[in-house]
Design a binder for this molecule. Structure first.
Ligand SMILES: Nc1ncnc2c1ncn2[C@@H]1O[C@H](COP(=O)(O)OP(=O)(O)O)[C@@H](O)[C@H]1O
Ligand SMILES: [Mg+2]
Length: 391
């Protein structure tokens, strides 16, 4: 989308240019003018779809000029950036048909939300509207990394979705190793370090590609560089990710910090992974209390019980009442198949479609995408004992 920017502030200019470039499709500044006066004197021949006006030091007379400019670009949406206490200006702006008013200093999230509304109104919509699914381990070793990586692989291969997994472990992130033997050349901290370059192509170039439809953004493994990560970066990454992937799976690990919180804030669903034992339940409870205190809707948080064996002392019902959340799915304890998969760095589903763990992951894909996958393949395997190395 083409935009005309009216500001004297070169820093704001650079900020909007880089935020705009990160959008898909990008917002391009076709011209910049220092004032409304100048914008009126030097009209842009190629009419912009959006006019962004920095009104922070507006004189009262300039409101008239705003109305005049809006008549010159009748097809354009207007976005006004204001400081506080400019109430009278707002009324004039509304009369001039200004579509969006944002406060300065610019809050990036608010800017992009406004841009989404403008883009939608002029029919420039993004290609995807990806869902963010967060898997979080209630206790170390619950199985969140195994499940999130293998579920992502299943999602990409069984329902042909474009999937991005982001390893949010602050340190010792190992998600790539669960499903590949490749070493990540770039990590989350490299992306954050070059956030101004962020777009679909740059993001894709930083991933470990497991299949054509499934890539992993590896964890920021260098603790000295972890300081480069800012919560705002997470917003930017998720925004580009949503526009380019069907599902963004987060392996949140155990630690809740500013980065993982920001990611959880925008998650469409949170899946705490736990085993049916008291230590896991205790930690699970603490985690859910945190989510409640943050105001996360409980219906978006559903439990995944890993290494589940029927007939144990604790029942699923007990777990649901102790945590006040629903169980979405149970995953069986499948020691041999999981150990093979983890040790080889090959997704469980690729090693054997008929293993109990693979069937359970397939069911999880069905539950989360709300679609029934063809049953016959599994049945065929069961009848004829095939299914190993069948990818
Ligand atoms: N369903 C399962 N059946 C058997 N072993 C499992 C299962 N899920 C996970 N594991 C084992 O548990 C170990 C820890 O899992 P991991 O995903 O690393 O936990 P977390 O990320 O929650 O700390 C894995 O290395 C794997 O061998
Ligand atoms: Mg883990």
């Amino acid at each position: 989308m083409k935009a005309l920017l009216i500001t004297r502030d070169s820093l704001l200019n650079a900020e909007i240019a880089s935020q705009g470039a990160a959008r898909v499709p990008p917002l391009t500044l076709v011209a910049t003018r220092a004032s409304l006066r100048e914008a009126l004197d030097r009209l842009v021949s190629d009419a912009p779809a959006l006019v962004i006006v920095d009104a922070s030091d507006f004189e009262p007379s300039e409101a008239d000029q705003l109305e005049r400019l809006s008549k010159h670009y009748p097809g354009a949406s207007f976005m006004l950036l204001t400081r506080e206490h400019q109430q009278d200006l707002l009324i004039r702006a509304m009369r001039a048909g200004v579509r969006e008013v944002l406060q300065l200093p610019l809050v990036h999230r608010a800017f992009h939300e406004a841009m989404d509304r403008v883009a939608a109104s002029v029919g420039v919509t993004s290609m995807h509207d990806g869902k963010v699914l967060a898997f979080i381990s209630c206790k170390g070793g619950s199985g969140a990394t195994f499940i999130s990586t293998n579920f992502s692989y299943a999602l990409a291969t069984l329902v042909d979705k474009k999937v991005l997994l982001i390893d949010l472990h602050g340190q010792f992130g190992d998600a790539t190793l669960y499903v590949s033997d490749q070493k990540a050349a770039m990590t989350l901290s490299d992306v954050c370090g070059q956030i101004a370059r962020l777009d679909a192509a740059f993001l894709a170039s930083c991933l470990v590609h497991i299949t054509p439809g499934f890539g992993i953004l590896a964890a920021a493994d260098d603790p000295t560089r972890a300081v480069d990560l800012k919560a705002d970066h997470m917003d930017a990454i998720l925004r580009v990710a949503r526009q380019n992937y069907d599902y963004i799976v987060l392996d949140v690990g155990r630690q809740i910090d500013a980065i993982s919180l920001r990611a959880l804030d925008s998650a469409d669903a949170i899946y705490p992974v736990l085993q049916l034992g008291l230590p896991d339940i205790r930690d699970g409870r603490r985690l859910l209390d945190i989510f409640r205190s943050l105001g996360y809707p409980i219906e978006n948080t559903r439990l995944i019980v890993n290494r589940y064996e029927k007939g144990g002392k604790l029942r699923l019902q007990d777990l649901q009442s102790a945590l006040g959340a629903e169980v979405l799915h149970t995953i069986p304890n499948d020691y041999l198949a999981v150990t093979d998969s983890v040790n080889q760095g090959v997704p469980a589903l690729q090693l054997s479609r008929s293993a109990p763990i693979s069937r359970s992951l397939t069911e999880l894909v069905e539950l989360i995408t709300a679609r029934r996958l063809p049953e016959n393949k599994g049945l065929f395997d069961r009848l004829f004992g095939r299914g190993d190395h069948d990818q």
